[in-house]
Design a protein around this ligand. Structure first.
Ligand SMILES: [Zn+2]
Length: 217
């Protein structure tokens, strides 16, 4: 029986997070999120948590080596035996190369790409309006009942700094840099599954499921 390691990629606003959550829920597989792992180790004051804390206390980024150890440690746990979904890892070619060295004989790594054209991403994000209470709306796809006002708490809605067109373009560029080595790996090894992210969530979910079902043997 093989173990599937799935890496979802997609631009901000592509719906990648939604789809990876839906699949993880359906399969009851763990999601390996570097952010969550880090919080867990910090909270439980493990050796890795203490190592990470040294850097964080000094105002530095947690180095790759520590992040990689967190992931390797998580991947060795028995609940990953059928498969896992990665979130936030690998972030670049170096981390991907590291991950490939950990693969065991029966492991299969697949890249799942949710493709949405840049223009559509920009439309989706600039239309987003948020409220301090956590509610989120969209001018076109999910408007509030009263323009500019939160349905839940009545406060004024606003455009996040991150969703301004100039910032979105930078985020798209950053995404493409991150995605490139993963797409290359997937394409060269026939491990790339691409889905049209312009479709409704339910349709994409069903297509992903059809593709993954074939790999579960
Ligand atoms: Zn609100």
């Amino acid at each position: 029986m093989s173990r599937l390691l799935l890496i979802f990629i997609g631009a901000p606003g592509s719906g990648k997070g939604t789809q990876s959550d839906l699949l993880a829920e359906k399969l009851a597989w763990p999601v390996i999120s570097t952010g969550e792992l880090l919080r867990w180790h910090l909270h439980h004051q493990t050796d890795l948590g203490k190592q990470a804390k040294k850097y964080m206390d000094a105002g530095k980024l947690v180095p790759d080596k520590v992040v990689e150890d967190l992931v390797a440690h998580r991947l060795a746990k028995p609940d990953t035996k059928h498969g896992v979904i990665f979130d936030g890892f690998p972030r670049d070619a170096k981390q991907l190369a590291k991950l490939l060295t950990w693969l065991k004989k029966n492991d299969q790594l697949y890249i799942i790409e949710i493709k949405v054209p840049d223009k559509e991403i920009i439309n989706r994000l600039v239309g987003r309006r948020v409220c301090d209470c956590g509610a989120s709306y969209h001018l076109v796809y999910k408007p509030s009942r009263k323009a500019g006002i939160c349905d839940l708490c009545g406060k004024a809605l606003y455009l996040r700094e991150d969703d301004r067109p100039k910032v979105i373009r930078d985020r798209l560029k950053a995404y493409k840099n991150t995605a490139k080595p993963l797409l290359t790996y997937g394409a060269e090894n026939a491990k790339l599954l691409a889905f049209d992210g312009k479709q409704p969530i339910k349709v994409i979910k069903a297509e992903i499921w059809q593709a993954i079902k074939k790999l579960l043997k």
